[in-house]
Design a protein around this ligand. Structure first.
Ligand code: 9MG
Length: 287
């Protein structure tokens, strides 16, 4: 059975109702991701981050996802030093000011360990703990981990989007990474899975992943989905990134219908409203 609660260090979150994970991307090029937190001189501005987090919490965010590596297709890799300098002070500052679970969006073992020491409560890895040392570092923290499917790396992933059967391959990959995590002594109750919408997949693959998300339930892990503002929505609607709210909400709603437990989003307020409507419909179904 999938867990109904996540223990995230000194805090925990209930999965009884779907959760909204708010994106705080502290890369200098993050403007289209909801705001830039860097000065014209490239200095990270913690006050700007904290103001944004406060607004997201007021809108109803349950988890704040902090990332210092851009995972957009073709993104330039970040050095370990820069990634640490971006995310660690932000996690510390958020945890000092707010009682909220912070997830760290990273793949590197050094960042995993230092983020946990700084107060992170979840490890969100688009590389499913595949980097050398990442499984052991994550196991050491005893924190929940999100294992995501990606083909290749953000730099190369859209160059090869051919699968014999995308759904089966993603399922087999996630089952394999779940096994690897269990073998590394990560507790089964601490594993979240994510099919990786937009990561090395075509528009048809991405839509099929949402339509058939139910196929991942046999792995008995809570499912996390990130569709927010992604390029499949832009292609279908022919809209730039700042005009993809409706498309994002439709895909997020369908993900909930298919049993997703956590939505990773930019637009917190509208997503929280959508989740409330989903919950109301869901509760009414039994009456
Ligand atoms: C960091 N990041 C960007 N997109 C993501 C997605 O779809 N899922 C998860 N878990 N992380 C993501």
């Amino acid at each position: 059975m999938a867990p109904t609660q996540l223990r995230c260090g000194d805090l925990s979150v209930s999965l009884a109702s779907p959760l909204v994970m708010a994106i705080v991307n502290v890369t200098p090029d993050s403007f289209s991701d909801g705001g830039s937190y860097h000065s014209a001189q490239g200095q990270l501005q913690l006050t700007a981050v904290l103001n944004r987090v406060e607004a997201m919490l007021q809108e109803g965010a349950d988890i704040i996802d902090v990332g210092g590596e851009s995972t957009r297709p073709g993104a330039i890799p970040v050095s370990l030093e820069d990634e640490l300098a971006r995310v660690i002070p932000v996690i510390e500052a958020i945890r000092k000011r707010f009682d909220v679970v912070v997830s760290v969006d990273t793949s590197r073992p050094e960042v995993i360990s230092q983020a946990a020491d700084a107060g992170a409560g979840i490890i969100n890895d688009v590389r499913a703990l595949e980097l050398p040392g990442a499984l052991a570092a994550a196991a050491n923290t005893s924190l929940p981990v999100c294992l995501m499917h990606m083909r290749g790396s953000p730099q190369t992933m859209q160059a090869n989007t051919e699968y014999d059967d995308c759904l089966n391959e993603v399922h087999a990959y996630l089952a394999g990474r779940q096994r690897a995590a269990l073998d590394a002594s990560i507790a089964g109750d601490n594993i979240l899975l994510d099919p990786g919408f937009g990561f090395g997949k075509t528009e048809q693959h991405n839509l099929a992943l949402i339509n058939q998300l139910y196929r991942f339930h046999d792995l008995e892990c809570p499912l996390l989905v990130g569709v927010s503002r992604k390029s499949t929505i832009g292609t279908i609607l022919n809209k730039p990134v700042e005009e993809r709210l409706v498309g994002s909400l439709v895909l997020a709603y369908e993900s909930l219908r298919q049993g997703a437990k956590i939505l990773r989003v930019h637009d917190v307020g509208p997503t929280v409203d959508m989740v409330k409507m989903y919950n109301a419909l869901d509760q009414n179904r039994g009456s």
